[in-house]
Design a protein around this ligand. Structure first.
Ligand code: MN
Length: 163
């Protein structure tokens, strides 16, 4: 492999930056493995969801990392209220078939393997298809501690059905 002088400089910088970081590694910092089943499932509140929804926490935000994650399972017909994320949201559909919609735009189908990026401040909802359940992982960054979503009104049946 041929390295240009620019690449060698970049590699040297990367190496020295890494060496400095390693030298200053703080005691007490280590990987965390949150074992499956350690965190209890929570039923989705009827005030912010329509239908049966289960939330399985994945990981909380901490002082170093501003995102938190959860796995959300919607039974057929279940969906969130309309809502807004102050810093945005990534949804990774892990199983089933679902629906999502931005305010003023058509409802769209989402399927296992799809990734939906919801920009900050955009009003939207997400949920299952009418005849299939849907599970997605949700990753949100906090704007301020604990603040990842602003909940709004319910999604009507007409909105849910794309009418
Ligand atoms: Mn959302």
């Amino acid at each position: 492999m041929h390295f240009s002088s620019a690449m060698i400089v970049a590699l040297s910088l990367a190496f020295s930056a890494g060496a400095v970081h390693t030298a200053s590694a703080e005691p007490g910092r280590a990987q965390t493995i949150i074992r499956s089943g350690e965190q209890a499932s929570v039923k989705g509140s009827e005030t912010i969801f329509t239908g049966n929804v289960r939330i399985d926490p994945l990981y909380p935000a901490n002082n170093d990392m501003r995102s938190s994650g959860g796995s959300v399972t919607f039974e057929p017909g279940a969906r969130s209220n309309w809502h807004i994320h102050p810093v945005g949201q990534a949804l990774i559909v892990t199983s089933g078939v679902g629906r999502t919609q931005e305010w003023g735009k058509p409802m769209r189908e989402i399927r296992a393997g799809d990734v939906v990026l919801c920009p900050m401040g955009v009003k939207h909802w997400h949920g299952a298809a009418s005849n299939r359940s849907m599970t997605h992982s949700s990753i949100c960054e906090e704007k301020e501690p604990g603040k990842v979503v602003e909940w709004l009104e319910r999604v009507t049946d007409a909105q849910y059905n794309g009418e």
